[in-house]
Design a protein around this ligand. Structure first.
Ligand code: ZN
Length: 134
C-alpha cells in the first residue's frame, strides 16, 4: 500500500489536496504542455477548478512569485558584483532565470491557490470522496 503523503509533500509534488494521490497536472513541469491541468482528480474525482474562473486567483500568486524572483536576482547581482553592472546584465539575468522558472511558478501558483483557497479537506477515505462528490 502506498504511504500517505504529508501536506507539504503533496504540495511539492503537485498532488490533489483531497486525496494527495492524484496529479494536478497532465504533463511534466519542463515539457511544452506544462500548463495542462486535469479537470478532475484521477483518484478521488475532485474538480480542480473549484469555481468558474478559479485559476484567475492563481495569477496573483504567480505575480507574487515574479516580484520575489525579480528582487532576489537583483539583490544577488548586487552582492555578487563589485561595481554596479550594466543594465543589460540585470535584464539578461532576470529574463534568463525567469524564463527557465515560468513552469515552476505557474504550477506552484495553481497548486498553492488550490490548497489555500480551494476549501478542500484532506481525507484518505474513499467513502468521504463519494459523499463530497466533485
Ligand atoms: Zn484526489
Amino acid at each position: 500500500m502506498e504511504k500517505e503523503r504529508s501536506k507539504s509533500q503533496a504540495i511539492l509534488q503537485c498532488k490533489c489536496p483531497r486525496c494527495r494521490k492524484g496529479d494536478i497536472f497532465e504533463k511534466a513541469a519542463f515539457s511544452i504542455n506544462f500548463a495542462k491541468t486535469y479537470r478532475n482528480c484521477s483518484v478521488c474525482n475532485l474538480k480542480y477548478e473549484r469555481t468558474m474562473g478559479f485559476w484567475w486567483s492563481a495569477m496573483y500568486m504567480s505575480y507574487a512569485f515574479t516580484v520575489a524572483h525579480l528582487i532576489t536576482v537583483m539583490v544577488a547581482i548586487n552582492i555578487l558584483t563589485q561595481e554596479r553592472p550594466a543594465l543589460w546584465v540585470f535584464f539578461t539575468a532576470i529574463l534568463g532565470t525567469f524564463m527557465f522558472l515560468v513552469p515552476v511558478y505557474f504550477r506552484y501558483a495553481r497548486t498553492l491557490v488550490l490548497y489555500l483557497l480551494g476549501g478542500v479537506k484532506y481525507s484518505s477515505n474513499p467513502e468521504v470522496w463519494e459523499e463530497e462528490g466533485e
